[in-house]
Design a binder for this molecule. Structure first.
Ligand code: IMP
Length: 179
């Protein structure tokens, strides 16, 4: 499986270091605001678990699951809600925690969906930003790292539901997805 990785982009240590910084910033920005952090399953699960443990002010958290139709690489722009929040978010500050923002289609849908519930605010915190592929006006408010136009796996990110458990983020070799 490690043979399928072309290059490690962000090591376990680099990710941990960056998450510490994000946790510090978020703790400052959300002090006294009692926010809800929303984990978008399954990709952001590891990032979310590490991030919330770096937050030093009171927060709640909840989970959502969303599917994008299309193949592994090209989103068709159709999005479906598979699991909704358990918590009402009216008048609450919401932080969406994502693994990667690519075209921004998923987040556009999600933000529209959550805005209809009248939260006090919605911000996006993403581990990775693949800005070069954006097709919407989504801009993450908090970002771990920018990535180029590579297909990346590990630390929650998958290809055909595999590779999620790798402790680093790496570029998948093209041979691995043409197998
Ligand atoms: P978007 O709707 O095009 O922004 O796509 C966002 C979703 O596509 C992410 O939450 C991931 O699940 C998936 N995705 C986009 N790029 C990658 C990648 O390089 N590796 C793994 N999943 C990706």
């Amino acid at each position: 499986m490690l043979n399928d990785i072309q290059q490690i982009l962000f090591s376990k240590e680099q990710i941990a270091e960056r998450i510490k910084e994000l946790g510090k910033t978020l703790s400052e920005d959300y002090a006294g605001k009692d926010p809800i952090f929303v984990c978008i399953l399954k990709g952001s699960s590891l990032f979310f678990a590490d991030l919330v443990r770096e937050i030093t002010v009171p927060i709640n958290f909840d989970f959502m699951s969303i599917s994008s139709y299309g193949d592994e690489f090209i989103s068709t722009g159709q999005v479906k809600l598979l699991k909704d929040l358990d918590t009402p978010i009216e008048n609450r500050h919401v932080v969406i925690v994502e693994d990667i923002v690519d075209t921004g289609t998923t987040l556009s849908y999600l933000i529209k969906n959550l805005e209809a519930r009248a939260p006090a605010s919605i911000k996006i915190c993403t581990l990775l930003d693949k800005e070069c592929r954006r097709k919407t006006d989504i801009t993450p408010d908090y970002c771990g790292f920018k990535v180029g136009d590579h297909f990346v796996v590990g630390y929650g990110l998958d290809f055909e539901n595999g590779y999620r458990h790798l402790p680093f983020v790496g570029v998948l070799k093209p041979e691995a997805y043409s197998k």
